[in-house]
Design a protein. Structure first.
Length: 325
């Protein structure tokens, strides 16, 4: 008899095609994540779970699944939504999909940066609203990217990929990270600076740090007050790194010029959020990794982790390898 698997949302066929021959799969087909009660019901007696960031997978879910649960596979790099300690205590390996979205997310970071700098969304709205009457020397001016200073918070794989792209624009790149990277400084020509200096000197600030106790609301009223009035803030990391109320005040009062976000706190952003009343912000619906190739690869990696777990083999990409000791 095939093992039973519950998948909390429809994923690309590249992943499903790998799973169908070896497992009896049930996919939650709704656009929204399964409600809590539905999730607890659907996991009963399953051998494997394939989850997304939007699913809270805690000890209650694991206990609802019962002793049959062999593996949890997340189709994402992050796994904030999974109680890894609870899984480890139950000897359940947890998989994720690292590395695959680095270049795609860096590309999207630059798409947001350029769109904010050159006010692309505002320009499109201006045209659609029938306001374009003639060429004007002062219409929708924005700052140059070429030769500007880019501040990167978090110089992991994505932060490094963003820095590499900045070289083509002859930018000065400064960074702050949990750890200093002398080798990367040399190879990429980036400078390690105190966080306050990064705020004060950057024309563009791009966030690539994980969300944890030390980075939650890192960008708050105090941080925003230290930035240039013309600064543009980009976030493709985690929404909770920015205090949304503080960002609204800074944008409204022109303490900084612009923001471009792929992530928000909370997600999705409530329609009543005051950020949505502003013209000097771009908000995308968490699509930084949404290229066809990347999402197919993520689905494939998630399926491969799941299959390994179902077979009792080591996961190719395991968050908690201590379960094998």
């Amino acid at each position: 008899m095939k093992p039973k698997v519950f998948i909390t949302r429809a994923i690309p066929e590249a992943g499903l095609d790998l799973l169908r021959p070896i497992a009896e799969i049930e996919v939650w087909e709704d656009e929204l994540p399964p409600p809590r009660e539905s999730l607890l019901q659907k996991v009963k007696g399953v051998d494997g779970l394939l989850t997304l960031l939007t699913d809270k997978i805690d000890s209650q879910v694991m206990d609802a699944a019962g002793a049959t649960l062999k593996v949890i596979s997340q189709m994402a790099v992050g796994y904030d939504n999974i109680d890894v300690a609870a899984a480890t205590a139950r000897k359940i390996p947890v998989g994720h999909t690292p590395g695959v979205l680095t270049e795609t997310t860096a590309d999207f970071t630059w798409a947001l940066l350029m769109s904010a700098a050159r006010r692309i969304v505002e320009s499109d709205n201006y045209t659609r609203d029938g306001k374009w009457k003639t060429w004007m020397p002062t219409l929708l001016l924005g700052p140059d990217v070429y030769g500007a200073t880019l501040g990167i918070i978090g110089l992991g794989r994505i932060g490094q990929a963003v820095a590499k792209r900045a070289k083509g624009f002859d930018m000065r790149v400064i960074y702050r990270s949990a750890h200093r990277h002398p080798e990367i400084e040399k190879s990429l020509g980036v400078e390690y600076v105190p966080l306050d200096s990064l705020y004060a000197e950057s024309d563009f600030i791009s966030i690539h740090t994980p969300l944890n106790d030390s980075t939650y609301h890192l960008i708050n009223d105090s941080a925003l007050a230290k930035m240039k009035p013309g600064a543009i803030l980009i976030n493709t990391a985690r929404g909770g790194v920015i205090d949304p109320d503080a960002l609204h005040r800074a944008l409204r009062d022109k303490k900084i010029a612009y923001a471009a976000l792929d992530v928000t706190e909370p997600e999705p952003i409530p329609l009543e959020s005051p950020l949505l009343t502003l013209d000097n912000i771009i908000i995308a619906p968490h699509i930084a990794s949404a290229s066809i190739q990347t999402r197919n690869k993520m689905a494939t990696m998630a399926a491969e982790n799941l299959i390994a777990g179902l077979k009792g083999e080591k996961l190719p990409h395991c968050v908690n390898p201590q379960v094998y000791r």
